[in-house]
Design a protein around this ligand. Sequence first.
Ligand code: OOB
Length: 543
Amino acid sequence: MRTPGTVAWPQTNADDYRQRGYWTGERLDTIAAAHAVERPYVIALVDSAERVSYAELERRVAELAAGFAAQGIRPRDRVLLQLPNRVSFVVSALALMRAGAIPVYLLPAHRISELSAIAAQADPVAYIGPAIHDGFDFRDMAAVLAQGIPGGLMVMIDGAPRASQLDLAQVMRLGAVSPRPVPEVDSSDLAFLQLSGGTTGTPKLIPRSHDDYLYSVRRSVEVCQYGESTVLLLVLPAAHNFPMSSPGFLGALMAGGQVVLAAHGAPELAFALIEQEQVTHVPLVPPLALAWTRAAQNSTANLASLDTISVGGAKFLPGAAVDLQRVLGVRLQQVFGMAEGLVCYTRADDDAFTVAETQGRPMSADDEVLILDDSGNPVAPGDPGHLLTRGPYTIRGYYKAPVHNSTAFTPDGYYRTGDIARQLPSGHLVVEGRSKDQINRGGEKISAEEVEDHLLAHPNVFDAAVVAVPDKFLGEISCAVIVADGPPPSRADVHAFIRGRGVAAHKIPDRVHVVAAFPVTGVGKNSRAELRRTLKDQLTPSA
Ligand code: OOB
């Protein structure tokens, strides 16, 4: 039986994907297992504390999986995973899947508001997090979360736990002395849940299967030509789809390369790591790519080992793309993807124009892409329109979200990306904009509705709309437009209020703008979206 709440591909497509060799029946947790046998001493993972070989990685995955089982975690149980970029993140993710459990990937930036909303949907049995990271105590947050879950929540901490919480290292030691058989898992069934960028009040969870995700990693490894000599530096949060699978740390492990995990992407730290570890590949979001370009001009670090910087998550402008390659002396690869599936890459043999001006082309020959006008008809070739997609690794529905799915997907299974794009004759896509109610703050996605719901809880806010405004560095920042009820709250009030509600820092509105009343827009169920559009136009001076 399939995991309830997931949407299967139609049988004919599934058969087809298997026949073409896309879906192989393997499991994600075995992604590095062959290297552990064939090249046991080769280093797989490096973080600021340790270097871990393929054999050691495999041993830890097996032991921690047995430890999870010994603690009562059963196949299909959901487990919230909120570790920063360190070895234990990779080990825990693979070990959960080895135990047949379903990791639910959280970002280190998430706070109690996001955790509660996600827990309400995922119904987890356990949480895994750090003790303290970036000055924030995750143990206390986990304790608060656990109180709100009727059946309780097992909390495992990588570091010193509080009383009544477990030490993750101890759980692994328990597994070492009580090995268990690996439970069978259907490779076409749910492997993990990832967060969507979100356009709704509560974030939607993305169910990915072993088959579809492994294919996306395998195809990414081929397109990006990862191999045993690949040294990948991970500065973006490993739980995000881009650094995880495009080709990401999973791709580097599949290829038998080395993954260097760093806590952040500040140039001083990253450049030192590149030199020290002879890094060849780095995925970055545009603001970091800009910061690296600027920093490299005054840096004495030797970055000669760097082969390719991949930039994705938000639009990377052509001028910045040219500068990056010139200043850093690297190859640029643009990546346009989404946790729901579709990933596009520029290729190593694309010409300079294509690499600078496009966001790449779909990686699979079986990615289907439609570009439609507002009425749902195909646009003329080369014209911009709504991008829809389906294929061997694009989901057919969000987790337990039938109502949302009825509009987010077409009846014949295309995912409405909410992006506006045009397609060149070569198949390359140029992302022109967005129709979804989301702010893309330098690659970090913010749902307008989610932040508005927080603002509306403020006693002096009568109404609120959150819109994107352009920003030189981040591409976009968020602006809260507020109609006050009584004395208007200041920017500092709004910040303190939202932070106090336990919301990820990047969602706190960058700007606060108080208006007497909202402009009158047409009525109807889309009036909210129309209001945001009108406000955005008013806030953005036309060039
Ligand atoms: C990646 O995944 P998500 O799920 O955080 O966000 C997806 C959305 C896209 O629908 C698009 O709106 C935007 O992020 N986006 C880009 C872009 N890459 C993503 N917009 C313009 N140019 C780009 N290059 O962000 C993601 C997942 C896998 C690989 C790369 C990025």
